[in-house]
Design a protein around this ligand. Structure first.
Ligand SMILES: O=C[C@H](O)COP(=O)(O)O
Length: 253
């Protein structure tokens, strides 16, 4: 890839970034700092992804062109549908544009119908907000189970399939991304895709966008259909986009 292509791709990745702070000790001041970073010298990120407690604050402080995403049933993916519903309704009321729901991943193998019903209930109560379903692929272990989870989420009406919470040992991997993208392609490539967890470099991020282009088509990964969930990749994307020194001390591009 030549330098000009890298600069362009890095800019495209920034426009598809869900800039995330889901640290256990995240404060309102941290969210304010995230909001400041979200308007980058290379343009705005797609969304910030934060804990539900900060949605109202973020919606008031953030420019309307950047979405507010939040998480529900996070990170453990429990089975309490009523509790998830309350969290979702509150987040939507507070102004969330996007809900990242952890599915009840422990139940995928035995009871995919439960997972589908859970997703359907939350989808029906999201209003205008998009529903991104976090499958937690690192806890599903084998390919067949990941495919079952994809289909439960798709049947329940998910707007996005997202790989991971970023809170378990194995997060987004190219292998799990490929499976989700194949299921999205089989379903017509209208549902979005969000790899998340452990994405740290331009090369990591670009690899996922290339995979999406290869499997779902070159026109697939628009900012409406492709997002990167990451807390620590923006500095590297910006360095590549701006041709400045990269955080790892690598050359500008
Ligand atoms: O949804 C996004 C993840 O929580 C971010 O994970 P990360 O901190 O490894 O980038």
């Amino acid at each position: 890839m030549n330098d000009g292509t890298k600069v362009r791709r890095a800019g495209e990745l920034i426009a598809r970034l869900d800039l995330t702070n889901l640290n256990d000790d995240c404060s309102e001041a941290d969210v304010a700092a995230l909001i400041e970073k979200a308007e980058t010298p290379s343009g705005p990120v797609a969304a910030i992804c934060i804990w539900p407690a900060f949605v109202g604050f973020a919606r008031r402080e953030l420019s309307a062109r950047i979405k507010v995403a939040t998480v529900v049933n996070f990170p453990l993916g429990g089975s309490d549908i009523d509790a998830t519903l309350l969290e979702t309704q509150k987040a939507v009321q507070d102004g969330a544009d996007e809900i990242d729901l952890v599915i009840a991943y422990d139940r995928v193998a035995e009871d995919p119908g439960f997972v589908e019903a859970h997703v359907r209930t939350i989808r029906a109560n999201c209003g205008h907000a998009k529903l991104k379903t976090i499958l937690e692929t690192g806890k599903l272990y084998d390919e067949a189970t990941i495919r079952v989870a994809c289909n439960a989420a798709l049947s329940g009406g998910a707007d996005f399939l997202k790989t991971s919470t970023g809170k378990v040992e194995v997060n987004a991997t190219p292998a799990s991304a490929r499976i989700l993208l194949e299921e999205i392609a089989k379903a017509g490539s209208t549902v979005g895709f969000k790899p998340a967890g452990g994405i740290r470099t331009f090369e990591d991020a670009d690899g996922y966008m290339r995979l999406a282009e290869t499997i779902c088509g070159i026109d697939y990964p628009t900012p409406e259909r492709f997002r990167l969930g990451a807390s620590g990749v923006l500095a590297d994307l910006l360095a590549v986009a701006q041709g400045s020194e990269r955080p790892g001390g690598k050359a500008g591009y």
